[in-house]
Design a protein around this ligand. Sequence first.
Ligand code: KG4
Ligand code: ZN
Length: 337
Amino acid sequence: MRIIGIETSCDDTGAAIFDDRLGLLAHATFHQFETHAPFGGVVPELASRDHARKLLLLLQHVIEKANILTSSISGIAYTAGPGLAGALLVGAAFARTLGYAWQIPTIGVHHMEGHLLAPLLEDATPPFPFLALLVSGGHTLLVEVQTLGEYQILGESLDDAAGEAFDKIAKLLGLSYPGGPLLEQLAKEGHPNRFTFPRPLTEKPGLNFSFSGLKTFTMNTLKATQQTHQDKADIAREFQEAVVDTLLIKCQRAIKATGIHSLVVAGGVGANQRLRQKLSELSEHTNTAIYYPRLEFCTDNGAMIAYAGYQRLKMGFHDDLEIIVRPRWGMDTLKKS
Ligand code: KG4
Ligand code: ZN
């Protein structure tokens, strides 16, 4: 089976080709950073236009890179949700049209299932069951994965996602978009222990997250300073420590509650080096193996969609020609057969 993967849920256009015998043949991502940076965040209408402009070119490029005949392609997977409705529709309409023209099946994939399965594209893969911490711009989820398609949500964010909180605080600190990686850089210049930030919802039992109170706390802390470069760096550092610690505490709880000692960490915030450093400490003292996708597959990409689509098609799923997207779509509603 040879599957095309198409990702257009937010501000990255992704295309890839996965082959069940040869693995990933080619992949490419077009980031729309320049389009959205002047606005300090993603402008949905502009995101859709960029996807429409780039998708065909990107796919042509990937097919050339893989050096394959289009007649050897047996299916097309695209992100059907969750995400921005207009952006999703560009990918969905494109994939369905191509599938119809080529008379091959198309399958709508859940974006977070794509993130969750991304580490399975690497050499060392987690054994089932495993836990997954999915931390992106739109979601913060702790999931128990019994098997492919069987996902139990153990905890989720009650308000802002971890990546969203990073982006909002970055904006407040005067950083460009997307703020997460820039905030991480600024935090390296911060001095430790100047402020004490809360670790939200860690005093209470449970595995849910909440980052909006931490956001307000950070905003108030900044306002109480002169807002010099050093003030901002110190605040960035403490904010990052608070988010990372909070994620760590919940992962540790999930490991203890389930007895599962394999943890997948995926989604854009999974690229954060401080998070990875602290997760490796957690790995040692809880005897837990941690699995990441390669860095470029932490953020949105077509490879994870091609892989998730391949697994879904193999499981016997297929969609009809109707173009449907699901901007809101609970991961726990997915089925395994
Ligand atoms: O998974 P992703 O590419 O898109 C969504 O599905 O949302 O995640 C993007 C999010 C953004 O909020 C971005 O700021 C954040 O991941 N991010 C980071 C880092 N790299 C990306 N946050 C913190 N540290 C990073 N190094
Ligand atoms: Zn994502």
